[in-house]
Design a protein around this ligand. Structure first.
Ligand SMILES: C[S@@+](CC[C@H](N)C(=O)[O-])C[C@H]1O[C@@H](n2cnc3c(N)ncnc32)[C@H](O)[C@@H]1O
Length: 282
């Protein structure tokens, strides 16, 4: 799929290179203009409706209806063998739950086929007093076609094997590339603060850790595929996708966040020639 087709549907981007298109607008109105079945992999984290600086809180029913609307568009534009990775947090539900994982409120309103829930575990966070201290978020892996989707397990095997020389019938039992990393992933959060800020930290208040996105993109797409993030924020999805020689389409409603993302993208592009050399605007 060429980025030219996307550009001809959406018009002039906020930023472009031969492997990147960034638009500064509402993602639903942009997605509505795109043709179907064109983007290989979507990785995103929308506002959680918890009052962060980039969102205004909606009533729960409205938030869920809005979520259904944008996810419907992601489904429509996803390629036939494509995937959608969704990171969402928790919300209180009056009289029902102190904190329910948002994907559980949406599970039967999403047209994709759900492969799996990944638990992303991290070490730092708030301390619970009358409950266990929360230390995980969910990433839900969806595909468009349950019989035809990408899973590059060898690209993401965990080399940290406890008994690498274990044998069965005289043969080494363990894959030499490592083990399946399982559905619980431990990666540190992107932290802020004078002495404890992560190296990858930008001024964006809700940044993905690059390591999580690296595993997702390697597992669920191939080189030259288009990786899409409709809520681009600081551009983590874009920076990692470019490092892995994928193309990028990103939407972000806030132009200051767009600028942060573009700075990261340009830094990434400067770091050397990517294997995708030819112009993608054929
Ligand atoms: C949770 S943050 C994403 C952070 C991102 N994953 C990163 O690594 O920096 C959600 C982002 O969605 C943006 N946003 C909110 N509503 C939007 C909309 N309707 N269309 C596009 N972007 C939107 C916000 O400005 C915010 O930057």
């Amino acid at each position: 799929m060429s980025l030219q087709l996307i550009k001809s549907s959406l018009g002039s981007p906020y930023y472009e290179s031969d492997v990147v298109l960034i638009y500064n607008d509402d993602c639903i109105s942009l997605m509505e203009k795109l043709p179907g079945n064109i983007l290989n992999l979507t990785v995103t984290s929308p506002p959680y409706n918890i009052g962060k600086e980039y969102e205004s809180i909606m009533p729960l029913t409205e938030y869920l209806a809005w979520s259904e609307e944008w996810i419907e568009q992601v489904y429509r534009i996803c390629s036939l063998d494509g995937a959608f990775w969704l990171n969402l947090g928790y919300l209180p539900v009056s009289g029902k739950a102190k904190a329910i994982p948002i994907p559980y409120l949406l599970w039967d309103r999403i047209p994709f086929y759900m492969i799996q829930e990944i638990v992303w575990h991290y070490a730092a966070g708030v301390a619970g007093k009358k409950f266990f201290s929360p230390r995980n978020e969910k990433f839900i892996w969806y595909v468009k076609n349950q019989n035809n989707y990408i899973f590059n397990l060898d690209a993401v095997r965990d080399p940290n094997v406890k008994y690498p020389n274990q044998k069965k019938n005289g043969k080494i039992k363990v894959n030499s590339l490592g083990k399946n990393p399982t559905d619980v992933w431990s990666f540190p959060k992107v932290t802020s603060g004078k002495n404890r800020a992560s190296k990858e930290r930008t001024p964006h208040p809700a940044q993905f850790p690059e390591a999580v996105i690296d595993r997702i993109i390697k597992a669920s797409s191939n080189e030259s595929d288009i990786v899409f993030d409709p809520f681009l924020g600081s551009g983590t999805t874009a920076a990692v996708a470019l490092r892995l020689s994928r193309k990028v389409v990103g939407f972000e409603i806030n132009n200051q966040y767009c600028d942060i993302a573009i700075e990261r993208i340009e830094e990434r592009l400067k770091k050397g020639k990517l294997p995708i050399q030819s112009s993608l605007f054929e």
